[in-house]
Design a protein around this ligand. Structure first.
Ligand SMILES: CCCCC/C=C\CCCC/C=C/C(=O)SCCNC(=O)CCNC(=O)[C@H](O)C(C)(C)COP(=O)(O)OP(=O)(O)OC[C@H]1O[C@@H](n2cnc3c(N)ncnc32)[C@H](O)[C@@H]1OP(=O)(O)O
Length: 308
């Protein structure tokens, strides 16, 4: 049962009963919008493998490797597939935790697919944003243990995936992680910001978000954006060692503790999912935002300087 469901169950008997029932039904409505998408995604992507799952039921954890080339950018279909998988983990009795990593060398995830924000129809934009909210709610609100094994660059939405986990190990190397939205001319949504605050604190987040700071792995360790660094070749072993440690903690006590730490942050988005989606649509339709995104896309597509 997810943290959200446990929170509802505990609070259902308290004075906040009516408010929470309304929250719960809003959440259910938003989830049901995604049901058709889920079916479409599983049909359309039957032949593509956008991630691998390696389940070790004996040890009680799985490794989920993102595999959507070239850079694991998060589009509607990918998020929808991920949501189905996260739900499977949540329901599994054998799986206590998941190591989240990528099979693409040097890239954990390039974040949101910029094409989902650039010249996009309102319907698609709304489905995309709802799917992203769902991914975050499932990941940040999960009862399971999530360890991010960050094997490369992890900007913006990639950073959000990482900081939604319980523990982060990053490969040593010339990799960057952070919420760089301001550099694209956009403001990080409040739930990105709040997840970052919960990870590195208010002052560091305030600086990082205004500057759109992308941290090197050493800088990320220094501000607790990641918990540990590892040589690339040892990354998964280190993540597995850490997972064994977390799995050994009494489950219910750990779950309740996690839930108590994250409930308020989660409830804030759950209470205003539709308004948040409307803000996304309104914001991304502005001419100034489209101009910034176009310039950013062009800069990404520029031919790379030869290293020779
Ligand atoms: C008032 C309320 C407000 C509500 C909300 C409002 C607004 C919405 C906010 C949304 C928050 C946004 C979050 C995001 O995640 S935005 C995405 C941010 N991501 C980035 O800035 C990363 C961009 N990419 C890179 O920096 C690099 O690609 C790299 C990840 C460091 C990898 O470098 P490299 O290995 O050299 O690969 P390339 O740069 O050559 O890229 C390969 C191809 O992939 C395309 N690409 C890269 N990133 C993305 C992306 N995020 N989306 C779509 N496509 C991407 C790149 O253009 C290359 O394409 P090509 O092969 O066709 O040239």
């Amino acid at each position: 049962m997810s943290i959200i469901k446990s929170a509802f169950r505990v609070l259902r008997f308290g004075s906040a009963k009516n408010q929470l029932f309304s929250l719960e039904s809003k959440t259910c409505r938003a989830f049901s919008v995604c049901n058709k998408l889920r079916q479409d995604a599983s049909d359309a992507n039957a032949s593509k493998i956008n991630f691998y799952v390696d389940e070790n039921k004996e040890k009680g954890y799985a490794i989920l490797k993102l595999n959507k080339g070239p850079v694991n950018s998060l589009n509607l279909e990918f998020l929808t597939e991920l949501n189905i998988q996260l739900e499977k983990f949540e329901e599994s009795k054998e799986i206590k935790g998941v190591i989240l990593t990528s099979s693409i060398p040097n890239i954990f995830s390039a974040g949101l697919d910029i094409m989902e924000m650039y010249q996009i129809k309102q319907d698609r934009g709304s489905q995309f944003w709802t799917a992203l909210q769902e991914t975050w709610i499932k990941l940040y609100g999960s009862n399971k243990i999530y360890i991010a094994a960050i094997n490369g660059h992890s900007p913006a939405g990639g950073c959000l995936l990482s900081i939604s986990c319980d523990y982060r190990i990053m490969s040593k190397g010339p990799y960057k992680i952070g919420l760089n939205e301001t550099l694209l001319g956009i403001k990080a949504p409040f739930w990105f910001r709040d997840t970052m605050i919960n990870t590195i604190g208010y002052r560091e987040t305030e600086k990082a978000l205004q500057l759109g700071k992308l941290y090197s792995s050493e800088e990320a360790l220094a501000v607790n954006l990641v918990d540990e660094l590892a040589d690339s070749k040892d990354l998964i072993t280190k993540a597995e060692e850490q997972m064994s440690k977390w799995c050994a903690i009494p489950t219910v006590a750990r779950e309740l503790t996690k839930s108590s730490m994250r409930r308020d942050t989660l409830s804030k988005l759950i209470a205003q999912r539709e308004a948040d989606t409307q803000s996304f649509i309104e914001f991304t339709q502005r001419d100034s935002i489209q101009k910034s995104l176009r310039m950013y896309l062009e800069s990404l597509k520029k031919p790379k300087k030869s290293s020779a």
